[in-house]
Design a protein around this ligand. Structure first.
Ligand SMILES: [Zn+2]
Length: 139
């Protein structure tokens, strides 16, 4: 159970730990290159749960940031500094957390709804760097 989330935090397939499953920061492969699990699990709008995870992360960072800032600077908090740093944080955190929100949601979903054999029927797609390597003529 914990291993699913540890794999997700490493941006690996939560099911098998294989990867890489991202071709860019925001681009997830449709299928795990190692175990063949369909990463969208065959549903439209599947990533709505990932958006929720990202929203929770942003709100958690905001709450911890605000409480910590006020604890450290009370009774005279510099509100200008607070506003600027809060805006920067609230723009950066969702971008930084984006791939983690997807893998963590996938880990959660795999625990709640374990994959069945049909979800592994998708053809195995090698990771991007492996595709490039395999397209070279072999000598
Ligand atoms: Zn996998």
């Amino acid at each position: 159970m914990l291993s699913h989330f540890l794999r997700a935090l490493r941006l690996r397939c939560p099911h098998c730990g294989g990867g890489p499953i991202f071709t860019r920061w925001s681009r997830l492969l449709p299928v795990c290159p190692v175990c063949g699990l369909g990463l969208e699990r065959g549903e439209r709008g599947y990533w709505l749960g990932a958006y929720f995870f990202n929203l929770v992360a942003v709100e958690t960072v905001f709450s911890v940031w605000m409480a910590g800032f006020l604890l450290v600077t009370w009774p005279d908090p510099p509100w200008g500094v607070f506003q600027i740093t809060t805006i920067i944080l609230m723009v950066l955190v969702p971008i930084v957390f984006f791939p983690f929100s997807k893998t963590l949601f996938l880990a959660f979903d795999l625990l709640v709804r374990p994959p069945d054999a049909q979800e592994f029927d998708a053809p195995h797609e090698p990771a991007r760097h492996q595709r490039r390597d395999s397209s070279r003529p072999s000598a």
